[in-house]
Design a protein around this ligand. Structure first.
Ligand SMILES: *Cc1c(COP(=O)(O)O)cnc(C)c1O
Length: 470
């Protein structure tokens, strides 16, 4: 009996086969050579295992396939296609969590995507003054829109709100004290804790008041020893019961006499009245500034619905100091992000349409009856491809560390998978596009609120594939 391994062609011979020529065309020669080499190795290993172990394949069965170039080119193709799947790719979010931090927070409006495409693929006037024909500043670009929206004197955009906070505290409080209520020494997420941020910004934390109650007199006591007061919005948790916090207005009137700026870290970036979205009240940057905050920090990709960015609005003299801080360069925002943020902010100029055009706002304000209809249509479409699905009321969340405890009433399709919800969920995450659902009481739910209507066909196809075990 001949060893089938003696029939394995050399890589050079394989490269001359029509199948390999096609792979060279598609993937380039070096990668094809590598992939063919791996295919040869794996076939060699499988034959060895079949011969020596208890495999059911006898060497004879390998004779013809070991000699056939297609055996190797087919394997190489699968290998090459798999290694071409991008690491970062779009997914279908069927969790019902609108600002899902792990799924990239806010998906952008079409207008923002188009502005980013243009800024990315061509030269821009990022730091060029077109009127004067000379060097300009990247920090002018969103300023006018942010002033309009918030009533601020000036604005500065950096990489994210965490960076905005560090820049603000470093500029205003480096080498000096920054007063913060003990009820606001919070962790924002991913180990980002206010006490550590103050330290990294080169300032010294001066704790004020107690965990549940901090009064204006508590701040007054430390005022002469601090260079700034930081107020942190409790965006990701609630404290209830015997509580008291000092308002921005009270802090502002206390601090004005002492020339100590009040920095308000708001986080959410909401720019419309929360009631319009059917959500409980959430402080707006405009209200905080109107109440006397000197600097307000918000995130670009939370409730604002824009790109990842940290937006600082407030007093022009303080913004000027921040722009001159060398850290500003290290925390700077890139042109594509700025283009997307500008296009998003521009949509707010028309209050009548902004809620429809910014996906985050559209999803948050989606009407429950419409969601139920969409879930029914989705269940019908799944039924038509042989997948049994029922429509169930469910609850989603705002997400992104905002609105803790607030549930968004929604509708989902629940897939009938006979106890294998985890297996189906895993299969759905694997293909293209990956679909991420939520398991509730051992059943897999796909909440339609966060699924874009133009993703529904893909969703149906992916569920059918995963269901039939492909
Ligand atoms: C989310 C949040 C931040 C951080 O925002 P990023 O843009 O994610 O860096 C800061 N402060 C508060 C209060 C937040 O809610």
């Amino acid at each position: 009996m001949t060893d089938p391994r003696s029939c394995i062609p050399g890589v050079d011979a394989l490269l001359a086969s029509p199948g390999a020529e096609e792979l060279v065309e598609r993937f380039g020669r070096p990668r094809t050579v590598d992939a063919l080499r791996r295919a040869v190795e794996s076939v060699r290993g499988e034959i060895a295992a079949a011969t020596g172990g208890e495999g059911t394949v006898t060497p004879d069965e390998w004779m013809s396939s070991a000699a056939d170039p297609a055996t190797y080119t087919t394997r190489a193709e699968i290998d090459l296609i798999a290694s071409d799947v991008p690491s970062l790719r779009h997914v279908v979010n069927a969790t019902g969590v609108v600002l899902h931090t792990n799924l990239g927070r806010a998906p952008l409006a079409d207008e923002a995507v188009e502005a980013m495409r243009q800024a990315a693929g061509r030269y821009t006037n990022l730091e060029f003054d077109l009127d004067e024909g000379r060097r300009g500043s990247r920090y002018v670009h969103c300023v006018e829109l942010l002033r309009e929206l918030t009533g601020a004197e000036d604005a500065l955009v950096v990489n994210n709100a965490a960076a905005a906070l560090i820049l603000s505290l470093n500029t205003l409080g480096r080498g000096a004290g920054v007063a913060v209520s003990r009820g606001e020494l919070v962790e924002i997420g991913g180990g980002f804790r206010i006490p550590e941020i103050i330290e990294r910004a080169g300032a010294e934390l001066v704790e004020v008041g107690s965990t549940n109650r901090t009064r204006v007199e508590d701040y007054a006591e430390v005022l002469s020893g601090v260079r700034a007061i930081l107020k942190v919005h409790r965006s990701n948790f609630r404290i209830t019961g015997f509580t008291e916090e000092t308002s921005v207005a009270d802090l502002a009137s206390l601090a004005a006499g002492a020339d100590v700026p009040v920095v308000h870290d708001l986080g959410s970036g909401l720019m419309v009245d929360a009631a319009e979205l059917g959500l409980p009240e959430e402080p707006l940057a405009s209200a905080s500034l109107a109440a006397g905050a000197d600097v307000v920090v918000v995130s670009g990709d939370k409730l604002l619905g824009g790109t990842q960015a940290g937006i600082i609005v407030g007093r022009a003299d303080l913004m000027q100091r921040m722009r001159r801080n060398p850290l500003c360069r290290a925390l700077r925002v890139d042109k594509v992000t700025l283009a997307g943020l500008e296009a998003t902010l521009r949509l707010y100029r028309d209050p009548a349409t902004v809620r429809k055009r910014i996906p985050t706002l559209a999803m948050l304000s989606a009407d429950v009856d419409t969601l139920e209809q969409r879930a029914r249509a989705l269940a019908d479409a799944l039924g038509a491809v042989g997948v049994r699905a029922s429509v169930v009321p469910t609850t989603g969340a705002v997400g992104g560390g905002t609105y803790p405890g607030v549930e968004l009433a929604s509708f989902a399709v629940e897939l009938d998978v006979e106890g294998n919800a985890h297996g189906l969920a895993a299969a759905l995450r694997e293909g293209t596009p990956p679909v991420v659902g939520r398991i509730v009481d051992d059943a897999l739910r796909l909440d339609v609120r966060t699924v874009f209507p133009d993703q529904e066909d893909d969703l149906v196809r992916r569920v059918a594939e995963a269901h039939s075990g492909r």
